[in-house]
Design a protein around this ligand. Structure first.
Ligand SMILES: [Zn+2]
Length: 276
């Protein structure tokens, strides 16, 4: 049985008029069903599952496979919203596999990027004696992006709000749901237009700019210790207040025009996009 079949079957049984039930399957024969919480909310959740799976089915292979690795309906829905919004990027901006990154490491574009990062680090150290910059020169693998998406609280909060809004719109709608007229458009619209109370502080898995090394996150170190890191909560206290936001920008601007940033939404003073 695939992703869609079970919730779909349950929905059909629940919403079908009793006299159309297949022989021997009348509702009163399902004594165990009485014990299940078939509230309007539970039925809405089943509808969400069916439509989530049906829309996911239309995605390219890698986003589709990645959705299966995302934990919980909330976070899956939020990821699906991002994938629909960025449908045109799903193939060419998708995070590299290890082999793809290794291939990139043999190119001139990679050597140029590394050389520019080194220039930034040297300039920063020169302008700020006693301090240095650190950054990863690796593409961020999909597993790492998934781990963040599955655990970061801002993703959880945005995802929960999205799920609640979808559930409410379905509770308010007609409960009949014939399988042969599965019109995904209203659900797709609701998914795309819901207003979220919070911006997720990590990129949706697969579409992080770090997945193709199109961005660098810098940290400020004093000796071997990171004093300005890349945690969502550190932007003001570790970067803006002590002045590192400005100092990083100064060092970057002094040596290269290929970096743009820092990232505004979510606000990440350490994140610079790199154009190659
Ligand atoms: Zn970043």
């Amino acid at each position: 049985m695939d992703l869609i079949s079970l919730p779909m079957m349950m929905l059909m049984l629940l919403t079908m008029p009793q006299d159309e039930f297949p022989a021997g399957m009348a509702m009163h024969n399902f004594s165990s069903l009485d014990a299940l919480p078939f509230t309007p909310t539970a039925i809405a959740d089943l509808k969400i599952q069916v439509q989530l799976a049906a829309i996911a089915e239309q995605l390219p292979e890698r986003p589709k496979a990645t959705l299966l690795e995302i934990e919980g309906a909330d976070r899956k829905l939020l990821a699906l919203r991002h994938y629909l919004n960025r449908h045109d990027d799903l193939n060419h901006e998708w995070t590299w596999s290890r082999a793809q990154f290794q291939q990139f490491q043999r190119t001139k574009a990679y050597r140029n990027a590394i050389a520019e990062v080194e220039l930034v680090k040297a300039k920063f150290a020169e302008l700020n004696p006693g301090y240095s910059l650190g950054t990863s020169l690796q593409a961020r693998p999909i597993e790492e992006q998934l781990e963040s998406w599955n655990s970061v609280p801002s993703v959880g909060a945005a995802a929960q709000s999205l799920h609640q809004q979808l559930r409410q719109s379905l509770v308010d709608s007609n409960l009949t749901f014939p399988a042969d007229s599965l019109d995904l458009e209203p659900f797709r619209q609701a998914l795309l237009t819901a207003r979220l109370p919070i911006v997720p502080t990590v990129a949706v898995p697969g579409l992080s700019q770090h997945g193709q090394l199109r961005a660098f996150d810098f940290v400020v170190k004093q000796g071997g210790t990171v004093i300005a890191g890349t945690n969502a909560g550190a932007a003001r206290s570790q970067w803006d207040k002590p002045g590192w936001t400005k100092k990083l920008q100064e060092a970057i601007r002094a040596v290269s025009r290929n970096f743009s940033g820092p990232l505004r939404s979510p606000y990440e003073p350490w994140h610079y996009t790199y154009r190659r």
